[in-house]
Design a protein around this ligand. Structure first.
Ligand code: UD1
Ligand code: CA
Length: 460
């Protein structure tokens, strides 16, 4: 038996428009929703539906888009951007022939892969020149209106060119198309500039198909937000609110408790373990991952933070850091980039950690800065301890051995090593290494045999 001929599909994503209604210096499709640029969602949906790397159209003004998504797509430049029809002309010229050409807009981020699949199936099943997705939004303002002739679509009229009767039409063009590739190659050159704007409209293809006696079929989508285009920041905020709720709902159904979802903000790529509890007014952003049974307390902000199981974080800020299991943090602690906190450690109020390892069961309870340091296990860092890591030109490291006891208000002037089990006295300024088991006291600190722990050290 001969295999049926395989059909080829190509995907074009239009992202060369200037997006003037955003009033932004940034390309429209790079504006984020729930932590990911708008275009990321569209590329994902396209790849999920077709398995094909999309061709993304950019213009000189939106070249930055290519920098962000370089490896995720093929690229073509529309210079200057003269409308969606012109964009498709540039795309067709840039790509190998395909049986089906899917055209998407970079500004419809809530589009689902299943809709792309349904649209492709519809076109193939009907043999239509074009299958297009339509929707009946509550407010059709801004969209092209779909003029039907029975079941077929005869024309799409842009809002600015529509008569008042056409403006009454409640079915609009979602800007998502599956097009017969061979037919498109023959006809894409025949678009004519709009008398109103001088642009070439992709939507004019509908009329051309009709003139060729080819069908144009509509695939109606129920959820208007799925095809909602982002043209200004009001629309961006509306879609983000919807997406945000979908993300929260997913976590709630998967076993996460949220005391107040209306004040909980979780980015799309965040992972949360079972029985995580999120108190009100929490932001969890970027690629953060939170382990099972951890409580993220009110007022916390986490960005790209990886947190283990059974931790408790209270009103603290965690950025690009890693926290192992059973750690207590806050209130008002600040973990900055490169902080790594060992299991069972405790960080209290105004504890700041940057580019440092804090070993398991170490305590850093009150007002202190640990930067560029390697702190061992079971260390006590007294109130007000500072690693003076910067000499005005360079950063230097501080090493603190297991079981060391750093007295209140110690100033550790890096590079410096505090040996295992060593002690620094309250108020000492440590400029030289302290051997294991010894004690450093004074300004600048002198080394002594260790005596019983000084009474004036704050127990962490
Ligand atoms: C377009 C449709 C409209 C539809 C709506 C759905 C046209 C003429 N109109 O209108 O019928 O209801 O989408 O959201 O197609 N772009 C380019 N190059 C250009 C111009 C635009 O790549 O020269 C890109 C934009 O970056 C954007 C997409 O095409 O991603 C749509 O352009 P936009 O200006 O937003 O079109 P709409 O006015 O929304
Ligand atoms: Ca649009």
């Amino acid at each position: 038996m001969i295999d049926p001929p395989t059909t080829t599909t190509a995907v074009v994503i239009l992202a060369a428009g200037l997006g003037t209604r955003m009033r932004s210096r940034r390309a429209k499709v790079l504006h984020p929703l729930c932590g990911r640029p708008m275009l990321a969602y569209v590329i994902d949906a396209a790849v999920e539906a077709t398995g094909v790397r999309p061709l993304v159209l950019v213009s000189p003004a939106t070249e930055a888009v290519r920098g962000v998504f370089a490896d995720a797509a093929e690229w073509a430049v529309q210079d200057p951007p003269l409308g969606t029809g012109h964009a498709l002309q540039v795309a067709v010229a840039a790509m190998a022939p395909a049986d089906d050409i899917v055209v998407l807009s970079g500004d419809t981020p809530l589009l689902l892969a299943s809709t792309i699949v349904a649209l492709l199936d519809r076109r193939r099943a009907t043999g239509a020149a074009i299958a297009l997705a339509t929707v009946r939004p509550e407010d059709p303002a801004g969209y092209g209106r779909v003029v039907r002739d029975g079941d077929e679509v005869s024309r799409i009229v842009e809002e600015r060119d529509a008569t008042s009767a056409e403006l009454e039409i409640d079915e609009v063009n979602g800007g998502l198309y599956a097009i017969d590739g061979a037919w498109l190659r023959g006809r894409i050159g025949d678009l004519t500039p709009s008398p109103a704007t001088g642009e070439l409209y992709l939507t004019e293809l509908v009329g051309l198909a009709g003139a060729d006696g080819r069908r144009v079929v509509a695939h109606e989508v129920d959820d208007e937000l799925e095809l909602a285009g982002v043209n200004d920041r009001v629309q961006l905020a509306t879609l983000e609110a919807d997406l945000r709720w979908r993300i929260l709902e997913g976590h709630l159904l998967a076993g996460v408790t949220m005391e107040d979802p209306t004040t909980t903000f979780i980015d799309a790529d965040v992972e949360l373990g079972q029985d995580v509890v999120i108190e009100p007014h929490v932001l969890i952003r970027g690629h953060s991952r939170i382990g099972a049974e951890t409580v993220i307390g009110a007022g916390s902000q986490l960005v790209d933070a990886v947190v283990g199981e059974r931790c408790r974080i209270v009103a603290s800020v965690l950025e690009s850091c890693e926290v192992e299991d059973d750690v207590r943090i806050g209130p008002f602690a600040h973990l900055r980039a490169g902080a790594s906190i060992g299991s069972g450690a405790e960080l209290g109020n105004f504890a700041e950690v940057k580019q440092s390892r804090i070993g398991p069961h170490t305590k850093q309870h009150h007002f202190s800065y640990i930067g560029d340091a390697d702190v061992g296990e079971g260390v006590n860092i007294g109130a007000g301890t500072i690693t003076a890591n910067f000499d005005g030109r360079q950063k230097h490291r501080t090493v603190i051995g297991d079981g060391a006891f750093i007295g209140s208000d110690s100033m550790l002037v890096a590079p410096v090593t505090i040996g295992e089990g060593a002690t620094t006295g309250a108020g000492s300024v440590v400029t030289r290494d302290v051997p294991p088991g010894k004690m450093a006291v004074g300004v600048p600190a002198r080394i002594r045999e260790r005596r019983p722990r000084p009474a004036d050290a704050t127990e962490g």
